[in-house]
Design a binder for this molecule. Structure first.
Ligand code: FAD
Ligand code: 2HG
Ligand code: ZN
Length: 508
């Protein structure tokens, strides 16, 4: 009886003029003018962008929120809210839950699987106005920050304290720490610092009913039952909105160095990795693979400083090796003796190597690797497959995909221009990019499920680091068993029975 009364009261609080979203996001409602009037009680007008409001925002201002970085996924949201505090987030979410309005949490919108933009007209909740560092302890190295802090700004904040964020990626100038946590981003130094499942110590999360789950611990050890925060790391905003992050920063290395190695053939990558690990051991911090085609695209589009063309004639691929350690002399000695042994070997694994001899050269070599995604996007529309496969299959995956597209007569200037591979060798993570003149249903049909079946044949993962988003919901079964998917659905239903939190993402 009591619960029925309670239910009636909730229904009465729902404004009468409301509309349904079109098919696809079943049971969810669109934002109305009445909803905006309610949001105006929670937020200042500067935090509300809406084409519905009396002083309507021009829809062009909503475009950067409705379209993803690749210009592949497009939403039709009418409203973006930019709360400044966890309390504001909580009040917005509580209202949306009662009204059954879908919410898309959005960080820097650099995600590559369409997870951060609406499928239809869900409300966008941007964390951009929550960008304060809450605390930093330079003894323990524990940093507590708002979820909307941009990764680069956290790196800059920590520099004078001689610490670094244990995560680095090409999108660092735009992506937010909350987005990184929500995608469980890997990046360029996972080899050294491990995954965010290890370095994130605590989270503050607004749950889909508006409750604030405060697990912002700054303890390194805490074995008191279930570790709930792990559920939100990599949940892509489907279980709640991350508003605060506690992360273990790493001591800044005293010395960093890098070298770009040109290899005559792909088969040398695996023995080279073994040898580099053996010789550099504790100072090795990155080992990144770049195939020849994508290297040439990076040079064409001005990313980093090109190596001398004569030196790299005949090179089939490249590897960028980075060292980070505590003693410059010791590290340089190790790197030099590695290079010497590689060059003088009877059957050399490399053609040549370019060792950075200044901070500017160090950055220029990294800029080649970090600029690959941008180079590819300047060349055309990229279908991105972010996969885990055994290292010795990296090239095979790229070649088989290219041959498959050729067999479908899709490998030409007006369809697929390039099939390239790059990635994180130490993590077994290949970025297969199919660069096309345009996104077309024909190319997509040729690629899927072909790529997913290929990955499954190697018992790999269809998403090593970018997540599932909207791109791969239909393909989840290639990497997760029916039992795992069933339990994922149960967890989703438990946290978000109304299905408002990033609807249509991750789960089919
Ligand atoms: P968004 O794109 O805004 O969102 C991503 C997902 O997280 C969405 O599902 C969104 O709903 C959810 N989300 C965002 N913020 C929150 C929050 N506060 N609470 C709950 N959910 C939230 N990824 C890698 O793993 N490694 C790389 O090396 C890498 N390099 C990249 C290089 C470039 C040039 C680009 C464009 C992307 C790269 N990415 C990489 C992908 C992307 O940058 C990462 O996934 C990044 O972590 C996304 O952060 P973001 O703030 O932009 O999140
Ligand atoms: C990287 O490692 C990113 O550079 C992006 O994860 C990969 O562009 C891509 O496909
Ligand atoms: Zn990557």
């Amino acid at each position: 009886m009591l619960s029925r009364q309670l239910a009636r009261r909730v229904v009465l609080r729902v404004p009468r003029r409301w509309s349904h979203s079109p098919a696809g996001l079943t049971g969810l409602n669109s934002v109305t003018e009445e909803d905006l009037a309610h949001f105006a009680k929670i937020l200042p007008s500067s935090s509300i962008l809406s084409t519905l409001s009396p002083s309507a925002t021009p829809s062009s201002e909503l475009e950067p929120f409705n379209n993803d970085w690749m210009d592949k996924y497009h939403g039709k949201s009418t409203t973006v809210l930019k709360p400044r505090t966890t309390q504001e987030v909580s009040e917005i979410v509580r209202w949306c839950n009662q009204r059954k309005i879908g919410i898309v949490p959005q960080g820097g919108n650099t995600g590559l699987v369409g997870g951060g933009v609406p499928i239809q007209d869900e409300l966008i909740l941007s964390l951009a106005n929550m960008a304060k560092v809450r605390s930093f302890d330079d003894v323990s190295g524990i940093l507590v920050a708002d979820a909307g802090c941009i990764l680069q700004s956290l790196t800059d904040y920590l520099a004078p304290h001689h610490h670094i964020v244990p995560l680095d990626l090409g999108a660092k100038g735009s992506c937010q720490i909350g987005g990184n946590v929500s995608t469980n981003a890997g990046g360029l130094r996972l080899l050294r610092y491990g995954s965010l499942h290890g370095s994130v110590l605590g989270l503050e999360v607004v749950l889909p009913d508006g409750t604030v789950l405060d697990q912002l611990t700054s303890l390194r050890k805490d074995n008191t039952g279930y570790d709930l925060k792990q559920l939100f790391i990599g949940a892509e905003g489907t279980l709640g909105i991350v508003t605060g992050v506690s992360i273990l920063a790493a001591p800044a290395p005293q010395a960093s160095n890098n070298v770009m190695l040109a290899l005559p053939k792909f088969e040398n990558v695996q023995p080279l990795y073994k040898e580099v690990k053996r010789q550099l051991s504790e100072v090795l911090s990155a080992f990144e693979f770049i195939d020849r085609t994508v290297y040439d695209l990076a040079v064409k589009h001005g990313q980093g400083r090109a190596l001398n063309p004569q030196d790299i004639e005949g090179a089939e691929c490249f590897v960028l090796v980075e060292t980070s350690g505590g003693n410059r002399e010791h590290d340089e000695q190790k790197l030099n003796s590695l290079l010497e042994s590689l060059m003088l070997a009877e059957e050399p694994l490399i053609n040549t190597g370019v060792l950075a001899s200044s901070p500017a050269q160090f950055s220029a070599l990294w800029a080649i690797r970090e600029g690959l995604t941008e180079a590819v996007s300047k060349e055309g529309k990229a279908y991105k497959y972010d996969i885990s496969v055994p290292l010795n299959k990296f090239q095979e995956v790229v070649d088989k995909t290219r041959e498959h597209l050729r067999s479908k007569d899709l490998l030409h200037e007006n369809a697929v221009k390039y099939v390239v591979g790059y990635g994180h060798v130490g993590d077994g993570n290949l970025h297969l990019n199919v660069v096309a003149a345009a996104y077309t249903p024909e190319i997509e049909a040729a690629l899927e499920p072909f790529v997913y079946e290929l990955v499954a044949s190697y018992r790999g993962s269809i998403s090593a680091e970018h997540g599932i988003g909207v791109m791969k919901t239909h393909a989840l079964q290639y990497s997760k068993s029916p039992t795992s998917i069933e339990w994922m659905k149960k967890i989703k239903a438990l946290f978000d029975p109304n299905g408002i939190m990033n609807p249509g993402k991750v789960l089919p």
